[in-house]
Design a protein around this ligand. Sequence first.
Ligand code: FE2
Length: 424
Amino acid sequence: MVFDLMVRDVKLPDGTDTDIAITGTKIAAVEPGIKTEAKNTFSFEGCLVTTPFVDPHFHMDATLSQGIPRVNESGTLLEGIALWGELKKILTHEAVKQRALEYCDWAVSMGLLAIRTHVDVCDDRLLAVEALKEVQREVSPYLDLQLVAFPQDGFYRSRKAKKNMIRALDKGVDVVGGIPHFERTMDEGRRSVTELCGIAAERGLPVDMHCDETDDPNSRHIEHLAYETQKLGLGGRVTGSHLTSMHSMDNCYVSKLLPLIAEAGVSVISNPLINITIQGRHDTYPKRRGLTRVPEMLDHGICVGWGQDCVLDPWYSLGSADMLDVAYMGIHVAQMTSPAEMHKCFEMVTTENAKIMELEDYGLAPGKRASFVILDAAGPVDAIRLRADRLMVVSNGKIVAKREKTLTKLDLPDRPITVERKRK
Ligand code: FE2
């Protein structure tokens, strides 16, 4: 027997040296010194191999639209929402699809092979839903795209959001979204959580809500989301995204809240690039960071992932589909700088996010999907430090991206050298 593809001399995230052999779309073997040959073999001098990067929180209907019809001058969440309202009116099916496909190309080049994107269902045309369903089908051979029905303007606050949410789910949107802190009152927010979880339970769908994305410590919808999750037996299928109000909550209240989230089996996504730029905008000095309490939630055994949220859109003028940027920012803002915490941050853009998205056959082991990324780095922390080059990206047994090592030639007095890499 001859394998289809072999990568030799790579290092797993735990530091183990190995080769990886692939047959068809599956991993056939993960062990050092595999004797059997393959039709195609590549050797990587001890570079890091990882499962693909996963982004569980994104807005693909808005991405790469920066400047249309104008830029966000203040950089605030509220101007972003207003700007999205202006853009929504002039969206076309073709433009949304073209920008989304371009972003998916960027993602593949960065080894990002699974994305959960929210899609606004407050537009009666459901134009973005249709466009992203087409994108989902087209990229499915190499990229897992999940769609969340997201009532951006409020499930109750926007007049037709409820009806459109049902229409979107009928069209095959995968996940039920929500935005309780944006409803008219705390009570309406709470009722939206109840109704949306009920819809998800009835249809057997996961839930992923923008929840408490505010600096107001009294925004406590995560408590009710945990309650409904437990009541309906949805544990492991419900995610609270952002949870930034938790940053400003009373410590005594949080000491009760975190065990409740853990008991309910609710996962959490924090979006450090966005939250560090958008939160704390009402503060003078000192300014709050606004990020949710990530290390404390991890200590309680809660599944926490890092999300990208936005790239070049009404809310965020930067970004490049690089989940290592997200982990890098997360480490800094959450002050997760111990070796173990930094390693955890790498898992939070790979394996932890895969759990949140319930990805099947994700892993570097025989029988799993042959999808992985080889980075010009010595290990996970090194990869984050360097935002390392992705030398090869393999999806379902096929090489979908390749990149040469970056070489820099220094021309200094009496020291003509070439810096091959900065791996440590
Ligand atoms: Fe978001």
